[in-house]
Design a protein around this ligand. Sequence first.
Ligand code: 5RP
Length: 290
Amino acid sequence: MPEAANNLDAKDYGIGIPQSTEGFFLKGHSHLDWGMKDRLARIFNPKSGHTVMLAFDHGYIMGPTSGLERMDLTIVPLIPYADCLMCTRGALRQIVPPTCNKPISLRASAGSTILTDLNDECILSMEECLRLNASMVALMVAVGSTFEALTIRNLTTMVDQGSRYNVPVLGVTAVGKDLVRDARYLSLATRVCAENGAHVVKTYYCETDFEKVTAACPVPIVIAGGKKLPERDALQMAYEAIDQGAAGVDMGRNVFQAESPIAMLQAVRAVVHDGEKPEKAFEMYRQTKG
Ligand code: 5RP
């Protein structure tokens, strides 16, 4: 307990030096509270403004996807190279070492699998997400699908609960069988997520007009990798997405199904954080792999 008497007099008031009033490096988030900004700054690197998230939540709808049969063997070695881990609570408790100290984007919606209609989902309680020390909670938003209203309701509920405890919400734009991944649809879906309170939106890259998708979304966008591509093409896609305004990637199959997942994740980092061109990043990949 500090003593009340005989302390040194206060004298260093910095008179004439204005107190700095920093903004915040992520778009749309200058007005968030401290805890929310702190969580986002664990996920996005404040220097580059970008993030490389590693997604391995596929099992919750797809079962043991190629590369995720034994996550203890394939995913754990990748953890040091990712900025943030996107996974289910099952994978988190079962295989992610609590000592790894990585921010978690927790898959917080569930309810259907590839064997039935996707996106008929409920959400985890915020209490459970906080128990798992999630830095962000992620849920599916299926704009244009049968379950559009349900998933948007899930989003608003999660945003209400996240706001209470300063936990940001990642809206994941689901793409159903009948929906086209073009800029028109992706702009609509990402904007719906942001307007309903998502702090970050995950979507797909599209080759035409992707910069219009990122421009019209007032919060950061991260892209999913989608199905496995040749490594060179996946690096090209990451480069173009960042170049056209994405704030990062949340990649799964293009990393853990690569011939050398660690080398691939390092090459993706070079593109996302250092702005390396795809040719250079691919050369780095080949050398590291070798
Ligand atoms: C599924 C997801 C996945 O995390 C997402 O698709 C990322 O993985 P990939 O890069 O393999 O597409 O959100 O709903």
